[in-house]
Design a protein around this ligand. Structure first.
Ligand SMILES: *[C@@H]1O[C@H](CO)[C@@H](O)[C@H](O)[C@H]1NC(C)=O
Ligand SMILES: *[C@@H]1O[C@H](CO)[C@@H](O)[C@H](O)[C@H]1NC(C)=O
Ligand SMILES: *[C@@H]1O[C@H](CO)[C@@H](O)[C@H](O)[C@H]1NC(C)=O
Ligand SMILES: *[C@@H]1O[C@H](CO)[C@@H](O)[C@H](O)[C@H]1NC(C)=O
Length: 536
């Protein structure tokens, strides 16, 4: 009895300690590239209900900030890449800080702790476009923060992609890490500045993309469970053995920092996560495995081999699915959420330490009426099949059809008619169920019977504001630019547009990369088009 009680107490203490640690260090990213946005207060409550005390956003959007006001959640705001050149001017930096930090610095305002200067500005795919403006922008922002009296509490940082460092091909081990040659100079300036201002370097590490970009990559090495029983060959680096790519990646950065004399500069993880749809490795089961390992490690405070015991601040990517993100890097881009677009948890997670449990769903979500837009089986006509293909192409260029791809949640679950209906419904919902959005040249009809099949969910959208400007723009780009990035260096990246110099490659890949023989203009239409008999 006494022993049993001691045991219960001991495990309660362990659980409490783990909880404190996890909650202390764990943040999440709230992205807003959605055709319809959940009300900011609903999202802020979702954060609080799940114990998140830190959040990162990609801008300083007023609506998001209004949602965060008064919650006490520590916030990282950001100067987007397209403002870096402007903010390299001191006066402009002062305006930015006044409007986006100082304005919220009151009791009941927003607890801003970091300003991210740019988002992966040295990404190889950007071809050096931001190399000259990032350091001046960083200097200005920190200077203005200091002058405004925020400097002790609010630090400027630069989130970089893991593609700014690597190991030489002849010595591919973490201890040989160094900054990429073309950005070595600017990275040294950045980290020296961060060291002086008492800030942290921010790095985004995407294990999933190592796998996505590389068929030969050992799957088990992406997780934290010791290589799945030793199937994956560990990387042996002197006396250290790496069994997961996250540690190896992080320590490659630590080595690069050592090389410029800053081996102790604190580093936080600005983005890390695993998507759940849009690729054969993007599944809830693998995401659950990844997060289980990651969160267990963080709670244990183990650090990495080169930083044993380090408490690493981490932002999970991301909070909710964003159906208007560019799919340039891949269809999985729209499925990074721990929660669905409407705030339903996807799998159990140990967000508060201890055992994984299903996260708390969003409360107070209001849905549009339960109705769907589907292909009208009575709309036959001689040229109907061709018109269906055209209209599916139109719908998928403006709404999210990524679940239809090979290996995705709706891939293979639907016949041609189902595919067309899925596309029509996605567009209709994205348009807030506007009557005019379910016409498609007379081919579509609104029904009140749920058209979902098994795992393939024909969703009903939420009541919320329509697409913000950037989302609308991203969507338009998606229609034109499908896949430029795969043809380049694949090491990393998300959140990127296809720079103009890459777009000539854009149409080489079909919409869902693995689906092979799709019609390139209408990625969800089989080569050779559909036959009228497929539908009517
Ligand atoms: C503040 O941030 C918002 C949102 O990112 C941006 O649109 C605006 O231009 C910024 N304000 C200034 C003065 O730069
Ligand atoms: C890092 O910052 C400390 C404290 O300001 C300073 O003494 C040191 O020289 C800096 N290191 C480098 C490499 O700049
Ligand atoms: C439906 O779309 C998927 C994804 O592009 C495709 O694999 C499948 O062949 C399509 N079905 C028909 C019958 O066209
Ligand atoms: C499909 O999505 C709706 C919200 O749009 C949700 O209420 C429902 O539970 C989902 N169904 C499945 C099977 O996931």
């Amino acid at each position: 009895m006494a022993a049993a009680l001691r045991c219960v107490l001991a495990s309660a203490l362990v659980a409490a300690a783990a909880m404190a640690m996890a909650a202390d260090a764990l943040g999440v990213i709230w992205g807003t590239m959605s055709t319809r946005r959940l009300p900011p207060k609903v999202v802020a409550r979702l954060l609080a209900d799940n114990g998140f005390r830190k959040v990162k956003i990609f801008d300083a959007d007023e609506r998001t900030m209004a949602g965060l006001a008064g919650t006490g959640i520590e916030t990282m705001v950001a100067v987007p890449n397209d403002l870096l050149a402007a903010v390299a001017d001191y006066g402009r930096a002062r305006e930015w800080v006044r409007e986006n930090v100082t304005r919220y610095a009151f009791d009941g305002g927003v607890d801003v702790r970091f300003v991210a200067v740019g988002n992966e500005p040295f990404l190889r795919a950007y071809g050096g476009a931001f190399d000259r403006v990032t350091v001046p922008a960083l200097r200005n922002i920190q200077r203005v923060l200091d002058e405004a009296g925020h400097g002790g509490r609010v630090k400027a940082t630069v989130p970089v992609n893991a593609d700014v460092y690597d190991s030489p091909p002849g010595d591919p081990v973490p201890s040989a890490g160094r900054f990429r040659a073309d950005v070595a100079g600017v990275m040294a300036e950045v980290v020296r500045f961060l060291n002086r201002s008492g800030a942290l370097l921010t790095v985004n590490i995407y294990t999933f993309l190592s796998l996505y970009g590389n068929d030969g990559f050992p799957l088990d090495y992406a997780f934290f469970d010791g290589g799945g029983g030793g199937k994956a060959k560990p990387v042996v680096d002197g006396r250290v053995t790496y069994t997961n790519v996250f540690d190896a990646n992080f320590d490659t950065l630590v080595s690069a920092l050592r090389r410029v004399g800053l081996g102790h500069l604190p580093v936080m993880i600005g983005e890390v996560g695993w998507p759940t749809d849009g690729d054969r490795h993007a599944t809830p089961a693998l995401a659950e495995r990844f997060y289980a390992g990651l969160l267990r490690r963080l709670a244990a405070g183990k650090g990495t081999p080169l930083r044993p015991g380090a408490r690493i601040e981490v932002y999970l990517f991301g909070l909710i699915d964003e159906d208007a993100k560019s799919v340039a890097p891949g269809n999985f881009e729209r499925h990074w959420g721990l929660f669905t677009f409407d705030g339903r948890p996807k799998f159990p997670l140990a967000l508060r330490g201890g055992r994984p449990a299903m996260p708390v769903p969003a409360r107070g979500v209001e849905y549009l009426p339960r109705r769907w837009c589907v292909l009208n089986p009575d709309a036959a006509g001689d040229d109907a099949a061709g018109r269906v293909a055209d209209n599916v192409g139109y719908a998928c260029g403006r709404a999210d059809c990524t679940a239809l791809g090979y290996g995705c949640s709706c891939g293979g679950a639907l016949d041609a008619r189902g595919n067309a209906s899925y596309a029509f419904n996605a567009y209709y919902q994205a348009q807030g169920q506007a009557e005019s959005a379910c016409d498609f040249q007379g081919l579509a009809v609104v029904v009140d019977e749920d058209a979902s099949r098994g795992k393939c969910n024909f969703s009903v959208q939420v009541v919320g504001s329509g697409a913000p400007e950037p989302a609308a723009a991203a969507m338009a780009r998606t229609a034109a630019v499908l896949h430029c990035y795969r043809n380049l260096d694949l090491s990393q990246s998300r959140n990127l547009f296809c720079p103009d110099f890459l777009t000539e490659n854009a149409m080489r890949e079909p919409f869902c990369p693995e689906s092979g023989n799709r019609d390139k203009r209408h990625p969800f239409v089989p080569v050779g088009g559909w036959d009228k008999n497929d539908f009517f």
